[in-house]
Design a protein around this ligand. Structure first.
Ligand SMILES: [Zn+2]
Length: 284
């Protein structure tokens, strides 16, 4: 792990840690665990990190700890939600990750080729070095990249991520939501003016002449939430029903309230192509 907790509750990262200042009493940042950890200095092949010694039961992560085993996408989302606000409040060093899905949008036209080349040239030469130091990526341009992010880094590193999207900076755990939670926040007017990553299990696909609905399966039966594809974009949407029904998926976009039927509050997220759906395997 890259961060740990000092006896006073302050978060310390491996790069900031100095035993002469901070002492040797440092702990796992998962509150259900709080196992003592030690500092391990980096080598050519491994970055500096904190770890448990495993010498006795007290020196191992508890089975509910986010560092006990590699986490699935769903477990990772839950742990980052549990940790993030607390770690941000206690001074974890933030990592900014930009989100830009423009290239996936069939309506998007790059302004000029020149500009893209300019951006390429201005790449910081230290970036490759940073990568070796276990830093998170600087930008995300697809749903697959989001899933990879959540399943490749430990929940401590993920909790340091603040997402820059449409000019706003938002802790990542606020933007990746199960649809039932998103639905509740949507109708309580608690959502921010940004696109969201929404995941859930597909119950059915309804294909009408002018619009398709990909309906999520609601356990509480109250949250009516669908992804929507309008006919203008049918040509970009080739997924078959059997590729979606019963599958856990994640999507990305702005939520809209559908108040057409006064009795039924429905949340909708409109997508323009297959690229705005990523199937989540039970492992991923
Ligand atoms: Zn632990």
């Amino acid at each position: 792990m890259q961060s740990a907790i000092l006896p006073g509750g302050q978060v310390i990262t491996v790069n900031e840690y100095n035993p002469e200042i901070h002492g040797d009493s440092i702990y796992c940042l998962d509150k259900s665990c709080s196992a003592p950890v030690i500092f391990v200095k980096g080598t050519d092949s491994v970055v500096s990190h904190f770890k448990t010694t495993g010498k006795s039961e007290e020196n191992k992560h508890s089975s509910t700890c986010g560092f006990y085993k590699p986490l699935s996408f769903f477990e990772s989302v839950a742990k980052v939600e549990e940790y993030q606000q607390d770690l941000l409040d206690n001074g974890i060093k933030k990592h900014i990750v930009k989100i830009n899905f423009n290239k996936l949008d069939p309506d998007y036209e790059p302004k000029t080729v020149e500009r893209e080349e300019k951006e390429k040239k201005s790449v910081d030469p230290t970036e490759i070095k940073i990568k070796q130091e276990n830093e998170t990526p600087k930008s995300i341009g697809s749903l697959k990249a989001v899933v990879n992010l959540l399943t490749s880094y430990d929940p401590g590193i993920l909790s340091s991520i603040v997402v820059q999207v449409k000019g706003a900076k938002i802790p990542i755990s606020r933007l990746i939501l199960h649809f039932e939670k998103a639905y509740e926040q949507h109708w309580n007017d608690e959502l921010l003016e940004t696109p969201y990553f929404i995941f859930g299990k597909v119950e059915r696909v309804i294909r009408r002449e002018k619009v398709y609905f990909i309906v999520f399966e609601s356990k509480d039966k109250r949250s009516q939430f669908s992804l929507v594809v309008f006919d203008k974009y049918f040509k970009h949407f080739t997924l078959r029903d059997d590729q979606l029904v019963g599958k856990e998926i994640i999507s990305y976009g702005f939520l809209k309230k559908n108040t057409f039927n006064q009795d039924k509050k429905r949340s909708e997220l409109s997508i323009k192509s297959d690229k705005f759906i990523q199937i989540l395997t039970s492992k991923g």
